[in-house]
Structures are given as C-alpha cells and as structure tokens.
Design a protein around this ligand. Sequence first.
Ligand code: 5GP
Length: 190
Amino acid sequence: MELLKNRIIKDGKIKEGNVLKVDAFLNHQLDIELFEKIGEEFKRRFEGKEVTKILTIEASGIAIACIAARYFKVPVVFAKKTQTKNIAGDVYTSKVESFTHGKVYDIIVSKEFLNVDDKVLIIDDFLANGKALLGLVDLITAAGAEVIGAGIVIEKGFQEGGKTIRDKGIKLESLAIIKEMSVEGGVIFS
Ligand code: 5GP
C-alpha cells in the first residue's frame, strides 16, 4: 500500500533492536484518515471471505481493528493482556512473549465473545516474530472457531513471523513489508 509506505518513510523512526517507531500516525497519535484507507484495503484483500468477528490484541491493535470493522460490519474483540496467575475458567488463554518488552504475558478472551460459529479475522499493527499472532490463533482454536486470516499493517519481513504464519497455511495480508531497515540506510520494502 503506497500511501502507507510513503508515510513510514516520512514519519517512521528506526530505533536500536530492530524496532520501528511509528508514533506519529499508528501507535500514539493516530491518523484516522489513513486508518480508513487501511480498513478499506483490508476489506479489499479479504473480499469474498465471510468474517463474523475481528480479533486483535490490546493496546495498539484496537484502533486499527475498530476502523477496519466499519468496512466488515462486524464486532471487534480484543484480547486482554494480564499477568494474573489464577485465571478463571470462563476465558480462553494463551501465552505471548513480547518482542518490544521481552516479557511473557498471558492473553485472555472471555468465552462469551468467541464461539464455535465464529469466522475470525485477526488484525494487528506489527508482525515481528509472530508470537502475538500465534497467541491469537491459539485463542480462536480453543474456541473451536475458524481463522479466516490475518491483516497486518507493518510486517518486518526480516523477522520470522511472516514465514511461521504462512507455513501454518494462514492467509496473511501485510500492507507494508519491510525487507531491511537500519539507522544508516533507512527502510527498504519488499
Ligand atoms: P511479534 O509477536 O510478532 O514478535 O510482535 C508483534 C507485536 O510487537 C505487535 O503487536 C507490536 O505491538 C509489537 N512490535 C513488534 N515489532 C515492533 C516494531 O518494530 N515497532 C513497534 N512499534 N511495535 C512492534
């Protein structure tokens, strides 16, 4: 998606440790006009697929998922991150290792909001090593629901997540795929 790629080049900031900061439009200040274009593009890429629910993870996936949901006309469910040890039995749970913080945390979704009839599209801001996405897939599988695919705004193609997800046969649509990035050389897309 050219508009998105141009915005990453204009406003993205490359940090140590393979982290791309996009706080100016995606992760802190939110450019809703851009989000609308992103939502429209996800709809186009999953055209013809039946989707009953969008699943994302707090916090940065929520806003994108909500705008995308306007095009799919379905509810958004977001997995909550928790460090609670004793999780009640009325939730589906999985463990995720955070790429940006290096910690392992539990993600949960109430059983009330994911069920066996659901056809779920996962939406998230970034794909790095794929742990967040795999955690969400776990929750959907535990519910007996169907994974329709995953829509990612920025995939860091030089990390393993994209391959892991595609190897599982999941339809993965990333709107910008970064082939390489460095402080000196900037961002290069696939
Ligand atoms: P993964 O689980 O695929 O390793 O990492 C995905 C999650 O980590 C995303 O939900 C995103 O919040 C965060 N993340 C991973 N890489 C980056 C990055 O380069 N920049 C930002 N802003 N977030 C990232």
